[in-house]
Design a protein around this ligand. Structure first.
Ligand code: BDP
Length: 492
């Protein structure tokens, strides 16, 4: 870490103010339910060792290519969806890909079409055809949202000529908002090893690069070794490194499993980041969510997923990952990507109807006809996205035995803190320390009636917490299954 910050007067002032704090203030005597045992926890920030900067595009999304078969979905005048994207992140990146990108041929291509090879166990006998209208509408959507685009071309049943034609059309329509083209989706599912992938990938990459197109990859499913090997071979002509993440298959999912965390995966992220840093490349989770095979009903689409999503994003950001693309979209597109029919439950009020139209893990639910609404996960993403542009700070968390996570960062003049209580049983009182003396804090709470709530999720302002002139601060109550975001600034 450089000491660039020490030349910053605000930072010097804040460091001085934080310097004399005790390691942890106590939260003794706090309880709000007569019989609820309150876990005493503490989080001590260390303002002297700033870490990674959080990329503004941290909150990003991933959709199936098949979504483009409805040119009214990703369209500039699909105002409800445009609004949801902008609200999530004005600086996001939309990735188009998934299994259906490798099952799609480009309808605008005049050359010889590749022969379709059905997937093993797949029911699709003909490829999907991407029509020019779908791409034109997508370009309008990207302009309306201000998001950047990562577009996946077919590798599994493609040809370099068709991929080049498609990628050039995308670039012509999208212009500077095209961040990169990726070639193939989870090729680890159809190529035996990295060397085989690299051999089929290279002619595509050569053709695209020769035409001046930006490339990213390898967009592998879960193969950290592929990402590292790819970086070694292609770093110099590559925009970012990518892989996917899902905790597990939907069949094995549950709320307790989701909230238990996945430390092994973060070890892999650290391995990739070492290589990414060495080559000066960003690393993005270009597709991911809680559970693959379309997500798990009652887990991926309930409030627990908001706590999981916020924690997951901040754990990635702390390690320097630039973007997390939550996969989602319509139930139709995701079920088709898995070779299944979409059977949306009918009936209910408008909220239930919109919910039924979306894939189980999607952060946004709805359709062009019914309008759009946030899923619980959306609010967790919004909480983590409040760290955009900030520099992560280390801190020492004593969980007191509860399932808690805590993050801190410095954003301009302010210090940000996120406290996440993923415990289903234990309420906690978290003693915060290390904040600048005299800083005024504003809190927002992320909550819902229960971990399995599908609605009534809110992320809203909830009072203040100030640091005394002597540095004493702050006991934050953190009910089970809830999170707090706080921002502390010194009065001007
Ligand atoms: C990924 C695919 C995507 C699927 C998703 C899932 O890229 O198309 O929809 O898994 O299984 O592997 O949910």
């Amino acid at each position: 870490m450089t000491d660039e910050h020490d030349t910053d007067p605000t930072r010097r002032r804040m460091l001085k103010a934080a310097a004399l704090l005790p390691l942890a203030a106590a939260c003794n005597g706090l309880s709000w339910g007569a019989d609820a045992p309150m876990t005493q926890a503490s989080f001590a920030l260390d303002m002297t060792r700033p870490g990674r900067r959080v990329d503004p595009s941290l909150a990003s999304l991933s959709y199936e290519t098949l979504e483009l078969s409805d040119p009214t979905f990703f369209a500039a005048d699909n105002h409800g969806l445009v609004r949801m994207f902008r609200e999530m992140n004005p600086h996001g990146v939309l990735r188009i890909g998934g299994n259906t990108s490798d099952d799609t041929v480009w309808g605008g291509y005049k050359g010889k079409m590749p022969t379709y090879v059905p997937r093993r166990h797949g029911k699709l006998l003909q490829p999907h055809v991407l029509k020019p209208e779908g791409l034109q509408a997508l370009a309008g959507f990207v302009r309306a949202t201000g998001w950047k685009l990562v577009f996946g071309v077919n590798l599994r049943i493609g040809s370099p000529e068709m991929a080049l034609d498609l990628a050039q059309t995308v670039q012509k329509l999208v212009g500077d908002q095209l961040l990169a083209i990726q070639i193939g989706n989870e090729a680890n599912n159809y190529e035996p090893d990295y060397a085989a992938f690299d051999a089929v990938w290279t002619p595509y990459a050569k053709a695209l690069r020769a035409a001046g197109l930006p490339i990213a990859g390898p967009d592998t499913g879960a193969n950290t070794d592929w990402v590292i090997e790819y970086a070694k071979r292609h770093a110099r002509e590559n925009v970012f490194l990518s892989r996917h993440y899902y905790r597990e298959a939907a069949e094995n999912g549950s709320i307790p499993d989701m909230l238990a965390g996945d430390p092994g995966f973060f070890g892999e992220v650290e391995q990739i980041m070492q290589v990414a840093d060495q080559y000066g490349l960003p690393f993005r989770i270009s597709e991911g969510n809680s559970y693959y095979n379309g997500g798990r009903d009652g887990t991926s689409n309930v409030f627990a997923s908001a706590l999981w999503g916020a924690d997951f994003m901040l754990a990635l950001a702390q390690r320097g990952v630039a973007g997390m693309h939550f996969h989602g979209g319509t139930l139709l597109s995701v079920e088709t990507s898995l070779g299944r029919m979409a059977k949306a439950p009918a009936g209910g009020d408008i909220v239930a109807q919109r919910d039924a139209q979306a894939s189980r893990y999607s952060a946004i639910a709805g359709s062009s006809e019914l309008g759009f609404q946030p899923r619980p996960l959306f609010h967790g993403i919004a909480l983590a996205q409040r760290f955009a542009g900030a520099r992560m700070l280390p801190g020492q968390l004593d969980t007191g035995g509860a399932n808690l996570a805590a993050y801190a960062a410095q954003q301009g003049d302010a210090v940000l803190v996120a406290l996440i209580n993923k415990d289903a049983q234990r309420d906690a009182a978290v003693a915060l320390s290390g904040l600048p003396h005299g800083a005024k804090g504003e809190l927002m709470r992320l909550r819902a009636p229960a971990l399995d709530s599908r609605r009534d999720v809110s992320f809203a302002a909830d009072g203040h917490a100030s640091v005394g002139a002597d540095g004493t601060c702050c006991c934050i109550t953190l009910p089970r299954g809830s999170a707090v975001w706080g921002q502390w600034s010194l009065p001007a």
